[in-house]
Ligand binder design. Structure first.
Ligand code: FES
Ligand SMILES: [Fe+2]
Length: 469
């Protein structure tokens, strides 16, 4: 439980708020670079500020305040030029520093342009993502996490706008037991409501998760409940490692227990299997959500380090039908289940009236870490994961991850390849995170003759409008 004041300290992200200032110490991802090749401008809401990201005709990226200094037209409609972005209304031209270069309707000798400046922030590309820095100078170096700097891989970036505060999403990452209920027990209920549940799996969680030898997909077979025998958390230099021991495992051999699953301070989960989930606060009640994944190229697939070759896809948010009932077909997968839980907690979760149990110890630890790092910042220091030096050439920041441990390659619980080999399954799209929507995974599965999911159903009522509170 937090007091109302503590809840505000951890959740509000606008300019001048403590958490807003902490978040401004980090390069925050705001777009996939490849999006700008299709649409060279993008409206950005970041930490309570309205901005416009653009790529001009010489390839320079810029991030400007959203409205033209002249008569406040939104620069999403701006025209990219060779050296900046031109307002569509009267043609004022701005460069990436926000400096006005031209005012076509003013006299050629006028010095007025030199005295007009829009707010502008630094932007940079890494691993196919565009990052922005809104904090005090000097900016730190870009975060060279492994997935961002891996070479010769195939990348995909899924995104969504989740209509709730960033912290309830991050707290979910410190809450391993939700997997057992939300992604397994509730998932089976979703399949039951869809009328397609024909196997309830193993409700006691005594055996490892298995699917049928025919390679049936998750939306036909029920999820096997993986019961948590215990959970644990350890702080490490980049955040918190989340440890879980399932009922069918033992402490000595379980990678999930021995190594664990990293949460990178303040807003990343390293989801294993080479992917990140990143939660970027847009404002107090909206979060830009990224599912970032890379994989080695398959036969016939072209690896590319060109950010324009990244596969970008939008992840549908759950919602309601015309009878105000859940659209179940959007919750037969982990991202849909999680998104619905977070949104239904309200725009900003009311922590003063929550009731935490012993299994919530990871959430308490994360809040404590946030308070500690706020204090570090307020004392003039760099909070955790603000990097001032790049790793040595070609290297990345090393983080322990259970599914990337060499031992995981032969373990069917952690390795999809091992599961296919030892259980004779066809490759399949699983229920995990956004596998159902990722174009790269869909292509791999189709190429191997696996079953593809049905297209997502449509919603009539957006959860952004239907959310209580
Ligand atoms: S409003 Fe932008 S140039 Fe006039
Ligand atoms: Fe989840």
């Amino acid at each position: 439980m937090l007091t109302a004041e503590q809840n505000e300290r951890l959740t509000l992200v606008g300019p001048g708020t403590p958490m807003g200032e902490l978040m401004r110490r980090y390069w925050q991802p705001i777009a996939a670079y490849a999006e700008l090749s299709t649409n060279p401008t993008k409206a950005i809401r970041l930490l309570g500020e309205d901005l416009v990201l653009y790529k001009d005709r010489s390839g320079t990226l810029g991030l400007l305040e959203a409205s033209c200094a002249h008569r406040r037209v939104h620069l999403l409609y701006g025209i990219p030029e060779d050296n900046g972005l031109r307002c569509p209304y009267h043609g004022w031209l701005y460069d990436a520093s926000g400096q006005c270069l031209e005012m076509p309707a003013e006299a050629p000798e006028s010095t007025f342009p030199s005295r007009v400046q829009l707010k502008a922030y630094p932007v940079a590309e890494l691993g196919g993502l565009v990052f922005a820095y809104l904090g005090p100078a000097p900016a730190p170096v870009l975060p060279h996490w492994g997935p961002f700097v891996a070479k010769g891989v195939v990348r995909s970036i899924g995104w969504a706008v989740v209509p709730c505060n960033w912290l309830q999403i991050m707290e979910n990452s410190l809450d391993p037991v939700h997997g057992e209920y939300n992604h397994q027990y509730f998932c089976n209920y979703v399949l039951e409501r869809m009328g397609i549940l024909d196997d309830r799996g193993d409700l006691l969680g005594e055996r490892p998760a298995q699917l049928s030898a025919e390679g049936e997909s998750f939306w036909r077979k029920g999820a096997t409940i993986r019961h948590h025998k215990k959970v644990g958390f350890t702080a490490f230099e980049h955040g918190i490692l989340k440890h879980r021991l399932y009922a069918f495992e033992d402490e000595e051999t379980s990678l999930g227990w021995r190594i664990g699953h990293p949460i990178l301070f303040p807003n990343y989960e390293h989801g294993g299997l080479d992917h990140f989930q990143i939660r970027v606060p847009m404002d107090d009640t909206h979060t830009y959500y990224l599912w970032y994944r890379y994989s080695p190229p398959r036969d016939g697939e072209q690896a590319s380090d060109d950010p324009d070759d990244v596969n970008v896809y939008k992840v549908p948010m759950p919602g309601l039908d015309g009878d105000m009932q859940p659209v179940w077909g959007l919750m037969d997968n982990n991202s849909g289940q999680d998104n619905m839980m977070w949104t239904s907690q309200g725009p900003i979760m009311q922590r003063p009236i929550e009731k935490l149990g012993q299994s919530d110890v990871g959430i308490i630890m994360f809040r404590r870490m946030l308070f500690e790092q706020l204090a570090v910042m307020e004392d003039g220091g760099d909070p955790m994961n603000v990097f001032r030096k790049l790793p040595p050439d070609g290297d990345h920041i090393v983080v322990p991850v259970e599914e990337l441990d060499p031992a995981a390659a032969n373990d069917p619980v952690y390795s999809r390849a091992a599961a296919v080999a030892t259980q004779g399954r066809k490759p399949r799209i699983g229920a995990g995170n956004t596998q159902k929507y990722d174009p790269v995974l869909l292509r791999h599965t189709a190429d191997a003759g696996g079953t593809l999911p049905p297209p997502p159903p449509s919603i009539e009522i957006d959860m952004a409008e239907a959310a209580p509170g």
